[in-house]
Each structure stands twice: as structure tokens, then as C-alpha cells.
Write a new protein. Sequence first.
Length: 595
Amino acid sequence: MLKTIYIAVNNWRLTRNGQRNFLLYGSAFVGLVGGLAAVLLKYLVHLMEDVSLNISGHLFHILYIFLPAVGILLTVAYQHLINRDHIEKGIGSVLANIKRNKSNIAVNNIYSHLITSSLTVGFGGSSGLEAPIVCTGAAIGSNTGKFFRLSPFEKTVLLASGSAAGIAAVFNSPIAGVLFAIEILIGEISIPTFIPLLIASATGVVVAKALYSRQLFHLATEGWVMQALPFYVLLGLLSGLVTVYIAKVGGNLEKGIFKKQNRYVRAIAGGLLLGLIILLFPPLLGEGYHYLQEVLDGNINALKEQSLFPELLSGPVGMVLFIACLVFIKIIAAGITIGAGGNGGTFAPSMFTGAFLGLLVAFAVNQTGLIHLNTSNFIAVGMAGAISGVMHAPLTAIFLIAEITGGYILFIPLMIVSAISYIISRAFNPHNMYWHHLIAEHDIHPDNDYSMLASISLKSMINNDYTPIKKEITLKQLFKLLPQTSNSIFPVLSADNKLEGVVFLSEVRKYMFSAAEDEMTVAEVMVAPPAIIQYNESISKVMELFDLYGVWHLPVVRDDVFVGFISKSALFVRYREVMVKQNKEADIFAPKDHV
């Protein structure tokens, strides 16, 4: 059946009109399935959350300690026993697949994220659903492209379309979905990519509205006033500093906790630790959107309703300290959730942190009596500041909050806070937290130059045609070797083939036909190379060394044994070949072939 569908659709696609419009129809299909996946995920999570809250509510919330551990343990068991550790978690994995795997994502990621993230968050894991739905949508787009054997560029467009549809459906925000895909996944905008993203996002929102009428937030924002402008600037500064904290602490915790223990011990220990934190700070349960909506509605007392020590929150000082704790502890709880083996993302925790930072500023200032700030406005703008700084996506942050508030009355504060937060975050971290991890751990860079260099194997670039010499021989003996080789650089090797130095022909040519050539030995003219390349080094690192030292040849060693030279000119030739190949693959996206 699938084969018949594939043949029929592919034959139509290869006709002139079909080929021109196939991505448009494909993006609509991906948006439809991505919207359905988002709706299904929200239903599953809210069902589990309702069950968890009902159970814990009858036992004085003591089950808060155990419920997150149950969810994380079930998630780890599924990943290990059923999914065989083939799930690719996090937005960083999507970026890695785009750069290194030609946008190919395993088909099991279509359903695995729905199951594992609903278990993690539904049982109280302090994380978000946005990253799992991005991964799910990306897998839908990627596998649609694989089914029809599309080019890597086309698969990337459908992958981004699926992610955009997921974000748009979760927030009922089609423009934010498009901007997220552009700022985070693709990194550039063009008509062949922009229109499919629009179609997918719009389709995802239509599906979400038709099947799931429950709004994420009901914000009661008002127009901003000039007197509040200095406090928006203050919020922007604080947001930037807090996002640096989020990237540092969250990134480290997500790498794993209790690393010396097996996965099940980590899940139980991490889950219990998380449960203890939630017992002390109930708003950290799950995504935390329930409490966020309460404070948006002006019911700040909801923060102490399930607290073990409500009397401590009765006064303004106690409430300010409690809100400040939520700002700093939320990302710790999220990092423990993911580091213990749960599935989720930092998108929702960042929004939560930013929202409560905005609440902290407005509530604290209001207690002074100097001015009255609109709490809901600062909560909304704080969310934008956190998203902008953590993800380095100011446009996504601005339009996401503008859309979910139902208007653009806060557009100026949103722009100010998002821009300041982004600038401060960039000053500390040149890349967002996803790229920072990929660069540090896997040498995967967002720049196209790095991507093309990464596709070149160092092994294929090593020149093994060299003439080894010993340091004891004279220059006259070296000059006798010149007719037998075209090399301009000679490795000086020891008896066990370890590199002792190099001799550049340009540097010793001046001694040719002089009396010194009979007396001077290679040991007197050899020099230490400015850098030595390890056999497993990345090509991007090699290119950096070439640029740093201004040389054209560098030696390569493996386990301290010399294996050959790598040439900068040969690397340039190979780089050009890769660039030409990629341009040919992208020819299908010329304007004449697409609407």
C-alpha cells in the first residue's frame, strides 16, 4: 500500500507543476500531522497531571516526593527496554542531524517523544513539552522527506516545517512557530523556505484550535506607561544575567547527575531529589503553567495555597524571597529532571523563570509605594526576555509573547527587554545553549563553513608521499635527495619514526653549493613545527591552526608516530569541491522551480 502511494505521488511530483509545488503540499501535510501530535501530547500530559494532582491532594502532597521519580523511572525504562536508547532528545539533536546527518532523523522519534515526555512531565517532572514537540515535528518532516527520497535541503525544509507546526500548535502562535524555525533551526530566510514554514505553522494552529480549545495562558495585559520604562530596562538587565545563569547551570545539570550510578539508580535518586524540591516549592511541579496563570490573574496568594509553610509567605518580604527562590531553583529542577533521564526541554522552564523574574520586579517595586507597575505586563515581558537570552532568538520571543497576549500593546517593552537580554547573553555566550553544547562536545558549528569542513575527513587529506631524513646527515646529503622528490618540506624522524623536527627547503637552499653544506647537519637547520596535528583532529581545528600560524604545511602524528603532512592548498581544493557539490544539491531551490 505504501509503495503504491509512493509511486503515484512521486510520479506526480516529478512533473513540472508537481515538482514546483510539492514542498508546499508536503509542508501542509507535515503541519497537519505535527498539529495532531501537539494536541495528543497536551491531552496526555494534562490527563496525567490531573491524575497526579488528585492523588497527591488527598495525602497532604507527600506524594510530590515520589511522583517525579515514578515518571522519570518509567521514561528511562521505556528508553532502555523498548526504544533501545535510540531516542534523540533535545533541540540540539535536531540541529546535529541537520548539520551532520543530512536532516535524517530515525522514525521512532515520531512517537517516542510523545510517550516519554508525557510520562516525565505528567508525573511532575519540572520540565517543558516544547523541546519534545519540536523533536517530534522534526522527525515527522524528516521522515516525510525520506519517504519521497527528497534532497537534504528539501528534508531540512520539511523538518523545520514540522517543528514550526509543533511550536505554533502548542502556543496557538503561527508567527512564532515560523520565527522559531528560522532563528533556531535554519538560521536564514528565503522564499522557498519561508512559505512552507508559513503553511505548516498555520495548519498546525488550525488543527490545535479545532481539537483542543484550552488556551495555554489567558493574559490580562494593559498598555504600558512611560513611568515604567526604567523598570523595563532593569528587567532586561536582570533577564540577561539570569539567562547566563540558566545556560550555565541548566547545561551542566542536563549532562547528567549521579553519573557513577546505573541509569535506574540515577532515575530514582534524581526523581526523589526533585520531589523533595517540589515539596518545598510546589509551583515547580510539571511545567508550572497552572501557577503562572494564577499570578497572571492577580491571585498571587495561590503560591502559598499548597505550601508547607504558608505563614512564612503571608508578609511581602517572605513572598519576595519565595518568588526569588522560584526564579533560581526552577532551572535547577529542570536540569535534575533531564539529567536524571527524563525527557523535556528548557523552553518552558526558561519562560517560567522569566515570568517569575518579571513578577519579582513588579511585586517588589509595588511594595515600595513609589509607583504601581502592572504585574501581568512584567510577567509577560519577563517571559520574552528569558526566551530571547536563552535561545538567542529575540524575534521569536517578541512575537510569541505578543501573540499569546492577544495583541501588540506591549510591543515596545517586549522589544526593549528582549534586546537587552539578548545583548547581555551574547556577551557571555556567543552561541545559544544548544549550539554551545554542540560546539563544546561534538565540534558541530552553526556556520556553513564549519559544516562543509566537518564533511571533510582528515585521513583523506594526509599526504603520505614524504621523504624522511635523519638529523645526523649533512646538508650535502640532503641536497642529493632533491632530484628524487618534489617535496619542499622534509620530516626529521627518529629511529622509531617519531617526529623530531622539520626542514623547509626554502630555508636551506641558501647553503646549496657553499662550503657549509659539507659541514652543517640537518640537526642544525631543522625547526620545530608551529603545531602538530593529531590523527583524530577535526578539519575545522586544522584550518584554525593554519590561519593562526600562517603556514602551508603541518605534520600529522598518530600515537606520537609521524604519519604525513597536511597541506593548506590541498584543503582549499577539497573545500571548493564540497562547496560545489552542496550548491548542486540546492539547485532545485532556484526561483524558477518554486512558487
